[in-house]
Design a protein around this ligand. Sequence first.
Ligand SMILES: C[S@@+](CC[C@H](N)C(=O)[O-])C[C@H]1O[C@@H](n2cnc3c(N)ncnc32)[C@H](O)[C@@H]1O
Length: 444
Amino acid sequence: MFSVAKNFCIAVSLVFAIGATLSADSVIREIRWDDLARPLQQILEAHGLSGPTFTAYIGSVRERNQKRVREGELDHLVYYTLQSASFTSLPAIEPALSAKAFIDRRSIPPDVAARVDALLKAIDGGDPSPRLSYFREIAARAYPDRATRRSSILGEYARAMRFLYDKEFVAAADADAAAATGLLYQQRGLSTDTSVEAGYLVDLELATLRELEPRCRIREVLIVGPGLDVAPRTGLVESGEPQSYQPFAVIDSLLGRGLADRATLHVTAADINAHVVDWVRGSRGTRPHLMLVSGVRETDRVRFTDDYRSYFERLGRSIGVEAARTAAPGHLAKTIDLSAGITDAVDAATLDAVVDRLDRKFDLVVVTNVFPYLTDADLSLALANIALMLAPDGILLHNEPRPLAAAAGRAAGLSPIHSRSAIVATVEGGRSPLYDAIWMFRAR
Ligand SMILES: C[S@@+](CC[C@H](N)C(=O)[O-])C[C@H]1O[C@@H](n2cnc3c(N)ncnc32)[C@H](O)[C@@H]1O
């Protein structure tokens, strides 16, 4: 634990008392070399960046990240094709096993080709179910020519399976498996996967903030990369429509921990993926049934901790009422009917946080499971953009374990306040329990 400055949160946000009426369509600014403090420039110079080449570098990152957004969506299409029970009665295929079969036989396994055919038939049919409609749109946009759609999707399957094989069988066997997996993530498509587990650590850290600074009040919140629950790599649960629930989980924690008031709290969800932004914007003025399902599944070896169970029990109580238990065997699952007006506290902006920032200030920025996708240089740039969006004494919460995150954060003007880890589930006979960690920084 780091030392804490007294009363750091009190002055936050007085300037933004009208925050709830501001729009996320505020000005977006591209980062410039001159925006960066000298210590951060030095970190970037060590990665080969410099003033004269900076604009060209930013342009190349922007282009590469857009390509990664498309690849990430097609990864989800592949995982949906392999696992969904909604468009076919063919047996589901576990993606990691399929990756091994594909690499071993060096050709598309017949069970995969059969599922792709079933998907294409369903896409051409009129089934309006929300997930299938989502992927119908992705497939039509990526491959407008229906004649080549099948071979293109099989090509995406091959790409996705090579990554999965490298992750599950090559990197996992590396002497430094974490570093090897980390490097793969920095190149892969940008997944929109989201999990309730990320909210657990955010909730715990907000409780710490409340203890450290009881008078702290949060009004303007930025969530970078809230994600969309579409079709994860494994354990697809298909109840309901794809949703982005992190903004609501954060609101729930802020209200539940007494750090914010409903009347003045305003959350901006900023994501590079337009589908995420569209869903958040589309939810405004509505009262969606939030389908909350743990990413982790309990088995005879995997057991949730009591603390995590108790977080899941509490989750949603400050923003709505529990409507029904969702059927998802082994998972913790429930449905929350959001209270009237909650969605109006959230708006959204399309933003690549490596290269751009909103020209606004926030009391709290939350970033979970986004930084692993960034190279060291891009992580440093994202931290610079976030530091520029924090109000004086504003708080950043993130869960990136690379030591660089602390070094670049400091160089960008952020002071470490606190960090912790928490166990989500124990694994009998496993090398370690399932756990996550979180870091809290304050803008100087
Ligand atoms: C793996 S999901 C994590 C979702 C959620 N934060 C959670 O922890 O469950 C990563 C999200 O970050 C978004 N993302 C990735 N790179 C980004 C960037 N450079 N700028 C903004 N959003 C980004 C992705 O589109 C996706 O929605």
